[in-house]
Design a protein around this ligand. Structure first.
Ligand code: COA
Length: 128
């Protein structure tokens, strides 16, 4: 999944302009959105981006749409200088936990939310 470099730069400039902002990347066919990732910078932590939502429609799961969306989010984060992507996942959400494992994520219990894990992925950019 390719997010054109100039778009990444526009998005990250907007997101880091000082106003609260979310970035949304979608995976879509000509007629429908089949997946999306929503992420945002974290105040005072230029090295961190937080993924707020990652979801793929039931009919299109297990086609690597989510992992490509997450990688695209990570590539966009690196365009702004971040190199860590954090997210929360419920401990029972095995599909998402396995996806995070595939990205070599580190996971620890979330101290603020019972039954949730905080996941951190060190970004390895896929674009030049
Ligand atoms: C979790 C979710 C986003 C995964 O989307 P997806 O496009 O099907 O995932 P991918 O095809 O990119 O899967 C990549 C890897 O993740 C793991 N994975 C994904 N779904 C899995 C499942 N149902 N069971 C086991 N492992 C799974 C696998 O390791 C998979 O690689 P593999 O197929 O080579 O084994 C999707 O199931 C979803 O939208 N769930 C509901 C929303 C949600 O829970 N979002 C996460 C909130 S934290």
């Amino acid at each position: 999944m390719v997010v054109e470099r100039s778009i990444q730069q526009d998005l990250t400039a907007l997101a880091y302009s000082g106003d609260p902002a979310f970035i949304v990347l979608v995976a879509a066919t000509a007629t429908e959105i089949v997946g999306l990732v929503v992420f945002a910078p974290i105040a005072n932590r230029a090295d961190l981006v937080e993924i707020k939502l990652l979801a793929v429609t039931h009919e299109r799961r297990r086609e690597y749409i989510a992992i490509n969306l997450k990688q695209a989010a990570m590539d966009t984060a690196t365009a702004a200088g971040a190199d860590l992507v954090v997210s929360d996942v419920h401990e029972d959400n095995l599909p998402m936990r396995r996806l995070n494992d595939k990205l070599s994520a580190q996971t620890a219990p979330d101290p603020d939310e019972p039954n949730y894990l905080t996941t951190v992925v060190k970004v390895v950019p896929t674009t030049s």
